[in-house]
Every structure is written in C-alpha cells, then in structure tokens.
Design a protein around this ligand. Sequence first.
Ligand code: SAM
Length: 283
Amino acid sequence: MTAEPSAGEVGALVKTPRRPLDIEILTLFPAMLQAPLAESIPGRVQARRLATIHVHDLRHWGLGRHKSVDDYTYGGGAGMVLRPEPVAAALDEIRRPDSLVVLLDPGGEVFRQARAHDLAERPHLVFICPRYEGVDERIRSLVDLELSIGDYVLSGGEIAALVVVDAVLRLLPGAIDAESTAEESFTAGLLEYPQYTRPPVFREMPVPAVLTSGHHEAVRKWRLKESLRRTRRRRPDLLENRPMTREEAKLLGEVSHEESGAALEAAQERAVQTDAPAEPSTD
Ligand SMILES: C[S@@+](CC[C@H](N)C(=O)[O-])C[C@H]1O[C@@H](n2cnc3c(N)ncnc32)[C@H](O)[C@@H]1O
C-alpha cells in the first residue's frame, strides 16, 4: 500500500496554474492569420485557455482619412516602406510592462527551437508583420527582438509570424502530450529518431525488430542511436558544440564505425563493378 502524501508533498504536487500566454499580432491582412490560428493545435490551445490570440488590423492606427500606413522611401528606390507612426501608436495601446515585442524581418535572428522555448515562457508576445519593401529603420528602436524564419524573402511577415506562433503554442504545458515535445527534433539538440506505424512490412521494408520486441530499454537505446545517426548524416553542425553524455559518445562512436564500414563496402562494390581501386566516399 502506498502511504498518503504529507501536506507538504501535496503542495508540491499541486502546481499553480500558469497564466495564459497572451499573443497580439499586428498586420495589414488579418484574414491571413485568423483561419490557420483557429485550427488544430493553435485552435485547441485557445479553447483550453492556455493562450489568447488577438489579431489587429494595423490600418486601425493608420494616418489621415485613408488610414495610410506606408510611404515612399527617402533617397529613391522601388516600393513602399512601413511608416513608424502607426506601429508606435499601436504599441502605445498594446504594450504591457511584461511584453516582448517581436518584428518579423529577414535580417533578424534566425528562429530556432531554443527561442521557441524562450517565447513559450513569456507572458505577452506582440508580433509586428510588415509588408511592402520593409520597415522604416526607426521602427527597430520600438521592438525587443527581430526574428527571421530563414534565408529567403517572403512577401510579408504574416506567414513568418504563423510559423513562430505555431512553434510556441505547441510548447505550452497542456497543448500536446509532454512526451512528444520532450523527444522531438531539436529539443535535445538532435534530430528525431525514425518512427514507424502499421503495416509491419511495406514494400519489402520491415519495421526494425527492436521496436516490436517489447524491450523498453532496447527501444530507448535504439532510438537514441538512430537519432545520433540521422543528426550525423543530415545535420552534423548540430553535433559540433553539443555536450554529450558518456552513452551518447559511445553510441556515436558505434555509428561512425558502422557508417565508415558501410562506406568502405559501397566503395568496394563500386570498385568490383568498375575494376577501379576501392576508396571509401567521405560522406
Ligand atoms: C518583401 S519583405 C521585405 C524585404 C526587405 N526589403 C529586405 O530585403 O530585407 C516584406 C516583409 O516580409 C517579412 N519577411 C520576409 N522574409 C522574411 C523572413 N525570412 N523571415 C521573417 N520575415 C520575413 C518581413 O516582415 C519583411 O519586412
């Protein structure tokens, strides 16, 4: 029989419920964000009151009769630039002492999983989604962080904001099964291991026997090793400065050994076919 937990232990078990994460998005195209944020995990997260999301039309703070938000660039050049006043006026209304204001910009910090975890801990996020040729430089002085979702240019910040918001929402406690986020790609600094479902054999490709063996420890070890193998093959940069446990270092050593053996075998195979001396490929 298990002993009843003491009052202190009960206190430790009952976690203080977290305040919802409040997200505000400033855009000229609210409809681009509303539908995707109402579906699937983002929709569920809001229904469970883990987060609130408000999409604001930046034109509400536009200037003059036409609610203008953009203008020509000083010095000449193609396209229009987002003016600072509408953004400043919107932030004056929306910003709280605990806000983090984020500008989506191709020149910003490249968005990674570690930043997603950081944003998921914040109480209030404000995203600014520019359009046109970009923003008046002075808008940068109004924000706390600039984020890019990669080295390419989109037509506007909306899709970039959706990417960031989606990555953050799924990390909120209660959004999805905690085990899923603990083990998936990048969380432990590695790519995720290969996953299989039914059927047991598909086009002569069987599911690895260890996964149906019922040996939890063997499955754990196989997954860690395959995670290391995939990361080494596809994203060796992730391994460069990553501290390793003794077990990981051992498994990675095994992977390197197996892979160089396989490379030598493939080279020998090619040499037999072409009669050339066997030289393993370097990849
Ligand atoms: C056409 S882009 C402007 C590009 C700008 N002229 C430049 O060369 O950096 C318009 C807006 O889309 C958004 N955007 C474009 N690419 C992005 C990226 N890779 N990450 C985040 N936002 C991006 C930014 O908000 C940007 O201000």
